[in-house]
Design a protein around this ligand. Structure first.
Ligand SMILES: [Zn+2]
Length: 66
């Protein structure tokens, strides 16, 4: 009996997570999102956080890189 209750509870949690992910994709933390990547130097590949140019005289353009 207790096992069944736990199973139903887990199933409900999974259902809520699935529905929530479909309804509110923007509510996920940044780590779980794959589309929004931080700007990366097109030359050396270093992360450019808070600036547009890199120490190696390269510009942020890593987003276009495949
Ligand atoms: Zn660079």
């Amino acid at each position: 009996m207790l096992f069944k209750i736990i199973l139903v509870f887990l199933a409900l949690m999974a259902l809520v997570a699935l529905v929530g992910r479909v309804l509110f994709p923007g509510a996920l933390p940044k780590v779980m999102r794959k589309k929004s990547t931080p700007p990366v130097c097109a030359r050396c590949g270093r992360y450019l956080i808070g600036r547009a140019t890199c120490d190696c005289d390269g510009k942020a353009g890593g987003r276009k890189r495949k």
